[in-house]
Structure formats: structure tokens, C-alpha cells
Design a protein around this ligand. Structure first.
Ligand code: SF4
Ligand code: SF4
Length: 190
């Protein structure tokens, strides 16, 4: 029986839904600068395998300060961002928050809910496209929820606390869901 790599399994369904390069390549903001998307151990393995399979350099690509994220250059651009093409070099293996963007999240301890936010159209032209297409926004929100919940479940408590302390200006709330009991217990939110 043919063996399937974990990275192939994890990335098979995410080639198109998570990015609109037509919009992103003309974006003045670029969410790949100052992004530092969180990485679980599993995601680092997937990216490392992806880099190896595509014969790309894989040393010193990860950093940690409270949580793990891709290294950045002197301009704070993500190590995986190609400044010439304006495309992510690990698109099919990229982190959960990059797939979910421009949808992001916060956790409300009082309500024990995960809250979903969308960047404003002024900050993210792709968000503007989604706001003009309710069906596409609903589809992408469903996809983003799966990605972010997998991320949350895979983080250690220090990493999640560090991420939650970051400000995400120019976003607005678009929904919320109760957190599963396993998450409440793991992060002592009960
Ligand atoms: S901010 Fe929005 S439009 Fe700009 S690169 Fe990021 S996802 Fe694309
Ligand atoms: S992993 Fe890719 S999409 Fe995410 S910040 Fe880095 S270059 Fe951008």
C-alpha cells in the first residue's frame, strides 16, 4: 500500500480556499509583515517536510518568543514570504492563522467562548471581497473555524496566553462559539 506523507494529508484541501493571490499580490498592507503566525509542533513538522520535498532551505526558519513562529527578516517579513512574487513559499503547508486570514480569533474567558473577528476592508482587501459575498464569507468562516480550533488544541498554555495578549486592531466581531470542554480543561479556563 502506498504510504501518504502527513504533509500531503494535511494540505490536500487547502490550495485555493485560503488565499486570493489576485487580491493579495496588489495589497499595500501584506499580512506577511509583522505577522508571526503561531506554529504548533505538528505544523513545524509539516512545513519542514514541505520544504524538504520542494528542495528549499529549511534551517533557521523557526523562532520562539513565548510561542513558536516563522523567523522574520530585518523588515519583519516572514521568512517564507517571497517579496518579488508576493506569494507565500509554503502556501500549501502554511500555518493555520494564515489559512484562516483575514478571519482571526480571541478567547473570552468570562463567556468561555472563542470569538471570531474579520479584518476591516481598509486593512485587508480580501476581507472586502468576502464582505461583498456572504456565501463565500460563510464558507471561509467555516473553514477558518476548523483551522483555528486545530491550532488552539495544538498549542501549549504559554503559547496561547502569549498569542491572546497580542492586540489585533482594525478587526470586528462576526461570531462566537462555546469552547469544547477539552480546551477549557487544558488551558484552565473553567
Ligand atoms: S492583508 Fe488581506 S489582501 Fe493583503 S495580503 Fe493579507 S490576506 Fe491578502
Ligand atoms: S507563512 Fe506564508 S502566508 Fe503566513 S505569514 Fe509567512 S509568508 Fe505569509
Amino acid at each position: 500500500m502506498k504510504k501518504t506523507r502527513k504533509s500531503e494529508n494535511m494540505t490536500a484541501n487547502c490550495a485555493s480556499i485560503t488565499c486570493n493571490f489576485g487580491v493579495c499580490q496588489n495589497c499595500k498592507h501584506s499580512c506577511c509583515q509583522d505577522a508571526k503566525p503561531p506554529l504548533t509542533k505538528e505544523r513545524m513538522t509539516i512545513i519542514t517536510e514541505y520544504l524538504r520535498d520542494h528542495e528549499k532551505a529549511a534551517s533557521n526558519v523557526f523562532a520562539r518568543s513565548g510561542y513558536s513562529f516563522p523567523s522574520v527578516d530585518s523588515d519583519e517579513f516572514c521568512v517564507f514570504y517571497d517579496k518579488t512574487t508576493k506569494v507565500c513559499q509554503v502556501h500549501k503547508a502554511k500555518p493555520e492563522t494564515c489559512r484562516a486570514g483575514p478571519i482571526t480569533f480571541d478567547i473570552n474567558r468570562a463567556t468561555r467562548k472563542v470569538e471570531w473577528f474579520l479584518k476591516t476592508r481598509e486593512l485587508c482587501p480580501f476581507a472586502g471581497k468576502l464582505l461583498n459575498d456572504p456565501k463565500k464569507l460563510a464558507d471561509h468562516l467555516a473553514f477558518a473555524k476548523e483551522e483555528i480550533m486545530r491550532l488552539i488544541c495544538g498549542l501549549d498554555p504559554e503559547a496561547l496566553e502569549t498569542i491572546l495578549a497580542r492586540d489585533e486592531p482594525q478587526t470586528f466581531k462576526i461570531g462566537e462559539d462555546f469552547l469544547p470542554k477539552s480546551v477549557l480543561t487544558k488551558f484552565s479556563f473553567e
